[in-house]
Design a protein around this ligand. Structure first.
Ligand code: NDP
Ligand code: BG6
Length: 488
């Protein structure tokens, strides 16, 4: 299968924070891969912007090192890399002062090309950057801004940030990144739901017993302890990534696959979410790995806060209060330092209404598993007769569509979420970006949960590194006579 690459229009992309961790690990390697694939026009310009003193040559060296370090396993043709580096420039600039802005305006070529400004800086700089782009005449109709997470830390701060950005940019120019929306399988979720007749008639509380969404990570907080300890799993993962997955699973079919039609339907889901009862949540904090407590310390040591009450794990049960989903619980869980790295959505269908094979045949349920990572694919568990003599014994077997197998060795070019999302910014397609009202609605649902923990002085339960999280998460399911699906 040959993948079609449609080149995007010429563009100038300014990366504020172009020397930072995100730029080096994700943005610059993603741009290089799009360049290598032929999607990025040869005359595109990437302008790194930060306070550190550097010239174009220095920025090219930094970028080359980043690409070599953070594109493991990918082929890196030296000639292509050299040509790509020729597209790079650098401006020393201060987001909070006037230094460098004149130089930037001179570098940006705005005639007949897309202008994109990527805010890969601390959130406190989003407002000052937007303001300066406008005061220096760069916030014209051609311009668009890309805003990284976290988008606020509660409803109030998100609303205030939306208001600030709206002073300088129209909503159609604002691209709020949630990189989960750029993952291949997340888009496949929509293709599977709305491109097949098979699933949609069963996609409701009459046929679905419950839905689970798990995003499990084996890593700890790493070098981001300071940020993470102020956020926790609820703000860092649930309010954005898991919420977006829930929306795509639960939303009504949009009339068209266009940005506002899709985002209108997602917004309805968030607004229909019921508040979460305190006894429907389990919070946890990981313990040290006994095999190597120095390399893998406990959460509090990792964030250097011995009294931290921030959760590195959360599991909860919620409901989408509408006609389609009334009575079907949605269980969400995410955590760091868990047993396996696995992001998976499982749709567990109800029992057949009557077993013609009798009780001995056992209880069997269809389970649809959508694996986001690793080993992207979809598996449908179906019940069949166990082969051989001995009567009618039923077993469950997987109908497995692992994308790498199904699409063959040349198919399914692996495109990182950032590659897809940055190209969408240039194309002007906002479908996979969050709209301001969506973000606010997500915070409106999340805030009471977090405020409840603070008011009650709730302390997360410890859990073993490499486990499935605290026992309370298992109990959350068992109280409902259900189990978490094994992932990974
Ligand atoms: P870093 O601290 O690694 O980088 C920050 C960048 O901003 C540096 O290039 C820094 O360069 C620049 N900078 C700082 N102050 C100013 C200023 N006043 N004017 C201009 N540039 C400035 O942060 P990250 O790259 O990790 O994160 C960037 C954003 O991306 C944050 O909003 C973060 O939450 C978000 N994000 C990061 C992820 C990650 O994995 N790193 C994941 C998801 C989101 P200099 O000091 O030279 O000015
Ligand atoms: C980020 C979170 O948004 O997503 C991190 O801030 C988390 O804490 C990461 O590790 C997970 O992303 P992925 O793509 O590795 O699942």
């Amino acid at each position: 299968m040959v993948s079609r690459v449609i080149p995007v229009d010429p563009f100038d992309l300014v990366i504020f924070g172009g020397t930072g961790d995100l730029a080096r690990r994700k943005i610059l390697p993603a741009l290089f891969r799009r360049y290598s694939s032929g999607q990025m026009p040869k005359n595109a310009r990437i302008i790194g912007a930060a306070r550190s003193a550097m010239d174009d040559a220095g920025y090219r060296t930094l970028t080359e090192e980043a690409i070599r370090e953070f594109s493991p396993g990918k082929t890196c043709d030296d000639g292509t890399l050299k040509r790509f580096l020729g597209c790079l420039h650098y401006v020393k600039i201060d987001a909070t002062g006037e230094a460098g802005w004149k130089e930037l305006t001179e570098k940006v070529v705005s005639v007949d090309r897309v202008e994109a400004y990527y805010f890969s800086v601390a959130p406190s700089l989003f407002g000052p950057l937007a303001e300066r782009l406008q005061s220096h005449g760069l916030a014209d109709r051609n311009a668009r801004i890309v805003v990284e997470k976290p988008f606020g830390r509660d409803l109030e701060t998100a609303r205030s940030l939306n208001e600030t950005l709206a002073r300088y940019f129209d909503e159609s120019q604002i691209y709020r990144i949630d990189h989960y929306l750029g993952k291949e399988t997340v888009q496949n979720l929509m293709a599977v739901r709305f491109g097949n007749m098979l699933f949609e008639p069963l996609w409701n509380s009459q046929f679905v017993d419950h839905i689970q969404i798990t995003v499990a990570e084996t890593v700890g907080v790493g070098g981001r302890g300071e940020y993470y300890d102020k956020s926790g799993a609820m703000r860092d993962m649930v309010q954005n990534h898991l919420m977006q997955l829930l929306c795509l699973i639960a939303m009504e079919p949009p009339a068209r696959f266009d940005p506002d039609a899709v985002r209108d339907e997602k917004l309805k889901v968030i607004r229909a979410l019921e508040p979460v009862e305190p006894h429907h949540i389990a919070r946890g904090q990981y313990d040290a790995d006994p095999a190597d407590e120095v390399e893998f310390p406990d959460y509090r040591t990792a964030v250097d806060n011995p009294r931290s009450k921030t959760e590195s794990f959360v599991a909860l049960k919620t409901h989408v209060a509408n006609w389609r989903w009334a009575g079907t619980p949605f269980y969400l869980r995410t955590g760091k330092r868990m047993g396996a790295r696995a992001s998976e959505i499982t749709v567990v269908f109800k029992d057949t209404p009557h077993s013609i094979f009798g009780e001995d045949a056992g209880r069997h349920r269809n389970v649809l598993s959508i694996r986001l990572q690793p080993n992207e694919g979809i598996t449908l568990g179906v019940t069949i007769k166990e082969p051989g003599p001995g009567g009618m014994r039923l077993i469950d077997v997987p109908l497995d569509m692992t994308f790498a197998d199904a699409l063959g060795p040349d198919g399914g070019e692996s495109v990182d979420a950032y590659e897809r999302l940055i190209m969408d910014v240039i194309r002007g397609n906002q479908t996979l970006f969050m709209r301001g009202d969506e973000v606010e609605a997500a915070w409106a649902w999340t805030d009471p949960i977090i405020n409840g923990w603070t008011t009650r002085g709730d302390v997360p339960k410890p859990y073993d590194s490499g486990s499935d999280g605290p026992d309370a998460a298992l109990q959350l399911m068992r109280r409902d006579s259900r189990e978490w699906q094994k992932v990974g």
